[in-house]
Design a protein. Structure first.
Length: 131
């Protein structure tokens, strides 16, 4: 089996995943996934690994996370892991799509741009008074 490189994005977070044959180790920025905090984020990243347990135990996954916030990074990592596992074993595609479409398809929503006269908010404007 060859090495698989896949990336995933969510808001400003980017996750790059390298999948290669191994014994089921998962590392995030060269740290074991069990040391990743908070627990909710760790569980969210592990979802595709739990769904594809038999495949995930035979490969080593290295995740490089940059940018964004904690949950954005978690969703980007989850997307990248899901895509990498499907590239490795195409039978998982149906399983992932039935469970959660976000495991394979990126969420393209971004922050709305700030408009003039709004002091940082996208839609709220300063109130006008004509009387």
């Amino acid at each position: 089996m060859k090495v698989i490189h896949v990336s995933g994005k969510r808001k400003h977070a980017i996750a790059r995943v390298t999948l290669k044959p191994g014994s089921g180790k998962v590392k995030i920025n060269n740290l074991n996934i069990d040391h990743h905090e908070p627990k909710l984020v760790r569980m969210r990243i592990k979802e595709p690994l739990i769904l594809a347990k038999d495949v995930a135990d035979k490969v080593d996954i290295s995740i490089n996370l940059i940018g964004g916030g904690v949950m954005g990074q978690a969703d980007a990592a989850r997307l990248a892991i899901g895509r990498a596992l499907v590239k490795h074993n195409s039978k998982l595609k149906e399983l992932f799509l039935d469970y959660d479409r976000q495991l394979l398809v990126a969420d393209i929503r971004r922050k709305e741009c700030s408009k003039p006269n709004s002091q940082g908010q996208a839609r709220a404007k300063r109130q006008k008074s004509y009387r």
